[in-house]
Design a protein around this ligand. Structure first.
Ligand code: F6P
Length: 376
């Protein structure tokens, strides 16, 4: 086995996710133990690299972290090219390049979701040897079968739906359970199917509230006086989606920069107003069915705690493969999961390319076949 003295930087960026520590350990143990490389961790995402806040990850620091939630390095949503510094948004890419060089890094490993892939590509374009691993509970990173964090969150959300069943049943209520996922419905659809939700609403399929109410009333007629509605945080009604499309069309034709900015803000506000959208849905269902409705927002519970076995396994496989790619000098890629194996995918192909649920996806077909309403 050829030994090298390569020096690797590693950071975790974006929202935290179960399996991050397993991935840090996977990269680190393989890089150090197998290839004799050195590993430096940067704190709190890209900000730590800008501010050169680092920690040497040697021997013991990688032990005992496999089962831990969160990230031992800390994380942030800071972007290298748009970072808040003394109250102003600044491009800090030069500082990153300087610190990369000052630390004599041969490669930088960035563990993150969609935003991190874009940031990593920018650093690649500045000449850094960057690699990424796909992490997010949303499972919305392109060109990888799955992302670590998703399986754990799926288990938590499914368990929540299981628990909500008995209380909804006892009180003859509707319970609307809001599930994370940003603009993608993977988590809501997966947990909704696994937990037997009666209605599943996802961003990929705008819903008709009357159709949902009809499905719930049909359940009542059939003797089921309760219903569980699993709603992805980014799901929108047909009317809301049409309104967003209208604002987008206005933005498209508007020649004024300030107006375009205003419209962008209005679109984002509508699409990200998760709590209000969920509340509106619950209220409408009460009015249309005559049943009492309650809301449960699972929120950050879905990201906390011990990673599942599947996430630890995935993170370890991807981490070890990442070290191997560094040894081979193969940079500028995301280490993607493909079947039982792992493939490097060019960052250009991944960045800005969100993986939504295709409308012919087998999970959707299964949902329809078992009689789940998708609000279509
Ligand atoms: O991207 C992961 C995610 O958990 C989304 O599902 C959710 O919309 C978002 O992060 C929440 O972000 P924050 O941790 O900044 O509240």
């Amino acid at each position: 086995m050829a030994k090298t003295e390569k020096q690797i930087g590693i950071l975790t960026a974006g929202g935290d996710s179960p399996g991050l520590n397993a991935a840090i350990r996977g990269v680190g143990k393989a890089a150090q133990g197998h290839y004799g490389m050195q590993l430096i961790g940067f704190r709190d995402g890209f900000r730590g690299l800008v501010e050169n806040r680092s920690v040497r990850l040697v021997g013991d620091s990688l032990s005992g972290i496999l089962t831990k939630g969160g990230t031992i390095l800390g994380t942030s949503r800071d972007k290298p090219h748009k970072m808040q510094v003394e109250g102003k948004l600044c491009d800090m890419t030069d500082a990153i390049v300087e610190n990369y060089q000052a630390n004599r890094l041969d490669a930088l490993v960035c563990l993150g979701g969609g935003g991190t892939q874009k940031n990593a590509l920018r650093l690649k374009e500045r000449g850094l040897n960057v690699l990424t691993l796909p992490k997010t509970i949303d499972n919305d990173v392109a060109l990888t079968d799955t992302t670590f964090g998703f399986d754990t969150a799926l288990g938590i959300a499914t368990d929540a739906i299981d628990r909500l069943h008995s209380t909804a049943h006892s009180h003859h209520r509707i319970i609307v359970v809001e599930i994370m996922g940003h603009r993608a419905g993977w988590l809501a659809l997966g947990a909704g199917l696994a937990g037997g939700a009666d209605v599943i609403l996802i961003p990929e399929i705008p819903y008709h509230v009357e159709h949902i109410a009809k499905a719930i009333r049909a359940r009542v007629k059939g003797g089921k006086s309760f219903s569980i509605v699993a709603v992805a945080e980014g799901a929108l009604s047909v009317e809301q989606r049409a309104h967003v499309a209208h604002l987008e069309a206005q933005r498209e034709v508007s020649g004024e920069k300030a107006e375009r900015r205003r419209l962008k803000g209005a679109i984002q506000a509508l699409a990200s107003d998760y709590a209000n959208n969920t509340l509106r849905l619950s209220t409408q269902l009460e009015e249309l069915t005559g049943l009492e409705s309650r809301i449960t927002i699972l929120g950050h519970l879905q990201r906390g705690g011990t990673p599942s076995a599947a996430d630890r396994l995935l993170a370890t496989r991807l981490g070890a493969a990442c070290a191997q790619l560094i040894q081979l000098g193969h940079y500028g890629v995301m280490v993607a999961a493909r079947g039982e194996g792992v493939v490097p995918v060019a960052l250009e192909e991944v960045a800005g390319n969100k993986k939504l649920i295709p409308l012919d996806h087998p999970w959707l077909e299964a949902a329809r076949m078992v009689g789940t309403s998708l609000g279509e």
